[in-house]
Design a protein around this ligand. Structure first.
Ligand SMILES: NC(=O)c1ccc[n+]([C@@H]2O[C@H](COP(=O)([O-])OP(=O)(O)OC[C@H]3O[C@@H](n4cnc5c(N)ncnc54)[C@H](O)[C@@H]3O)[C@@H](O)[C@H]2O)c1
Ligand SMILES: [Zn+2]
Ligand SMILES: [Zn+2]
Length: 383
């Protein structure tokens, strides 16, 4: 079948809507009619080449390049066709996309860590999980999809491992935002930094992911949350959802913390800027107290392998530097859990959507992200 989809043809090429050909779902696959797709910064990492592994690595997955590729990994929609052997979904089910597929059987899934499922290795390449073939084609060429998904498309064929069934009564727009950014930020604070009541938390970068981290810290009982972002509009929004203080830079936060914490500094620091670079790690650790935790949530360019930090202080201050994928919680647990919090009025999602775009406006949405006018943009599909 044919579907309109926002495709990137190569590194630094713009998102452009193309008519793509999608094959029928095969074993363990379903076809989803998309309702909403969120515009996470990670799709920009795809477009700019940050998450392009070297060719030698890509070839292990059967591709020489990630391009051309359908973008989008945040999203929600309705299952409209079910392929053979599908066990967990039926036509009419509402689903949220999960950029980490979960098989449910590997060591990591079996030990309750579906965010680390071995299928995660497949997310940055094109072939389908089930048979290593392509279902998407553009002008006769195989077409890859962002993280086994490609939510910037009217129709999406994906493996059931990449989809999470959600309550049919819940807002698809909220589910789209929760499907990656908000869940990742929330888990970064609650599950990775393990914020406790009374603590002081700094969140560096107040976009979609940072907004999840701020709300996670708040619901975990943080006494003080310092939102750091160079854009005053983002800091103001952060304060509206739970931040107690704002700062325009890490340095400004550093100067505020001694007075706020009786000289001890922050218990937890969450790094959620658009792009992570090695030079942000030492200043983030400098915001943290003795025994403080720093969580690196933002994605760095694939070749970013230099981090400068004072190892003497790091050890003697008993600090922790922690990575996280999807906020270190299983998507099948976190997405429904945060949707319930949203329905209970305890998690702000709706007001984080600064603008809705049509599929044709995906590039405009990312231009707005770079211009600093979006907390989260969403693509609304005509149904
Ligand atoms: N670890 C994961 O599993 C995971 C999942 C989703 C997204 N991410 C990554 O998280 C990061 C944030 O994503 P997003 O969609 O919220 O991005 P975004 O672009 O919406 O927000 C980033 C914010 O950081 C601010 N910023 C940039 N540099 C800063 C600095 N030096 N100090 C303070 N603030 C700064 C920007 O002004 C912006 O408001 C991206 O790198 C994204 O790829 C990681
Ligand atoms: Zn698994
Ligand atoms: Zn994302």
């Amino acid at each position: 079948m044919k579907s309109r989809a926002a495709v990137c043809l190569g590194i630094d090429e713009p998102w452009k809507v193309e008519e793509v050909e999608i094959d029928a779902p095969r074993s363990h696959e379903v076809r989803v009619q998309m309702a909403y797709a969120g515009m996470c910064h990670s799709d920009e990492h795809l477009r700019t080449g940050d998450i392009s592994a070297p060719v030698e690595v890509l070839q292990i997955f059967g591709v020489d390049s990630l391009f051309p590729a359908v973008g989008g990994h945040e999203g929600a929609g309705t299952v409209v066709e079910v392929g053979p052997d599908v066990e967990s979904l039926a036509v009419g089910d509402h689903v949220a996309a999960s950029f980490i597929p979960a098989c449910g059987r590997c060591f990591w899934c079996a030990s309750g860590r579906q965010h680390l499922c071995d299928l995660g290795m497949s997310t940055l390449a094109g072939p389908m999980i089930s048979d290593g073939q392509w279902r998407y084609h553009l002008d006769g060429q195989n077409l890859n999809r962002m993280t086994q998904l490609g939510t910037f498309s009217e129709m999406m064929v994906a493996n059931e491992a990449s989809l999470v069934k959600i309550d049919p009564g819940v807002s698809m727009r909220a589910a789209a935002l929760i499907s990656c950014g908000i869940s990742t930020g929330f888990g970064s604070a609650v599950d990775r930094a393990k914020v406790k009541p009374g603590e002081t938390v700094v969140v560096i970068g107040c976009g979609g992911v940072g907004s999840g981290a701020i709300q996670g810290a708040k619901l975990a009982g943080a006494r003080q949350i310092i939102a750091v972002d160079p854009l005053p509009f983002k800091v103001a929004k952060a304060k509206a959802i739970g931040a107690t203080h704002g700062a325009a830079s890490i340095l400004e936060a550093n100067l505020m913390l001694p007075e706020l914490t009786e000289g001890r500094m922050a218990d937890a620091v969450i790094l959620t800027p658009g792009v992570l670079t090695g030079d942000l790690v030492a200043p983030a650790l400098a915001l943290a107290s003795k025994d403080g935790r720093v969580v690196t949530t933002a994605i760095a360019p694939f070749n970013q392998d230099q981090v400068s930090l004072n190892l003497f202080n790091f050890a003697m201050f008993n600090q922790s530097l922690l990575g996280t994928v999807f906020g270190s919680v299983s998507p099948r647990i976190q997405i429904p859990n945060l949707l319930r919090l949203y329905q209970a009025g305890l998690l702000e999602v709706d007001n984080l959507v600064t603008q809705e775009y049509s599929l044709d406006q995906v590039q405009n949405g990312y231009d707005d992200l770079h211009a600093g006018t979006n907390i989260r943009g969403v693509v609304k599909f005509d149904s």
